[in-house]
Design a binder for this molecule. Structure first.
Ligand code: CA
Ligand code: CA
Length: 234
């Protein structure tokens, strides 16, 4: 084949692949039944990028639509944090995704110890009790098309991997989470509360406007995921 013909074929093939990719993402968005989180306190709507995208504000829509969780119970809200009428303890307590929040100035320190590598904000919701196979969706509103890099605020007592999809398409491959286990902390349950930031852990290409991110727990679990802080890359 003449070189120009070969190049034409390559261009056509990549255009075709691009069109197929766009159409599968469009199909996903057209069929997606989840909606951005909102409630009386957090006014909601799609979370903005650039900016912090909070895991606990994953989409509404329920099991199999906006998330998959290994049990229907919320092990944080209404359980570890007993139902007492407060917003913090009852946050999304009837949903399967397990949610808690950072607790400061307690008699036995919890989320504000010397074992933190990064000090988290107080009363910050996060997704915990993570198990391999679980996932949740977050609708985001992106200011400009392009590549974005995200820092993740998290804890992990044994390391593990997660991944991100964009509009139903795998976008990152496995992302390795560094363990925050610290043998110097003799309080066993606090191994779930050593906060850290994974800088630039995810790089994804996003379109201007609405995109749906899916966060997958791939291996190990035992991670608490607070937020992804998205910035334009390069
Ligand atoms: Ca659960
Ligand atoms: Ca769970």
């Amino acid at each position: 084949m003449p070189r120009t013909g070969f190049h034409l074929c390559l261009v056509l093939a990549s255009l075709f692949a691009g069109a197929a990719w766009c159409s599968s993402r469009r199909d996903f968005l057209a069929q997606y039944k989840g909606t951005p989180f909102e409630d009386s306190r957090y006014h909601g709507g799609a979370q903005k990028i650039p900016g912090k995208v909070y895991c606990a504000f994953y989409d509404r829509g329920g099991e199999g639509v906006a998330y998959h969780d290994s049990d229907a119970k919320n092990n944080g809200s209404g359980a570890l944090n007993p139902a007492d009428g407060s917003y913090l303890n009852e946050f999304r307590m009837n949903e399967g995704v397990d949610i808690s929040y950072t607790k400061m100035d307690r008699k036995t320190p919890i989320d504000d110890t010397q074992y933190d590598r990064v000090k988290p904000p107080a009363n910050m919701f996060y997704v915990g009790w993570t198990v391999p196979g679980e996932w949740f969706d977050i609708t985001v509103d992106v200011k400009r098309s392009g590549w974005y890099s995200a820092d993740l605020l998290y804890t992990s007592n044994r390391g593990g991997t997660i991944s991100l999809d964009v509009d139903g398409e795998p976008a990152t491959g496995p992302l390795k989470i560094e363990s925050t286990f610290d043998a110097a902390d003799r309080v066993a349950w606090r191994q779930w509360h050593h906060w850290n930031v994974a800088p630039g852990i995810a790089k994804v290409k996003l379109r201007r406007g609405i995109n749906v991110l899916t966060v997958h727990i791939l291996t190990e679990g035992q991670m608490n995921l607070a937020y992804f802080d998205f910035k334009r890359a390069g």
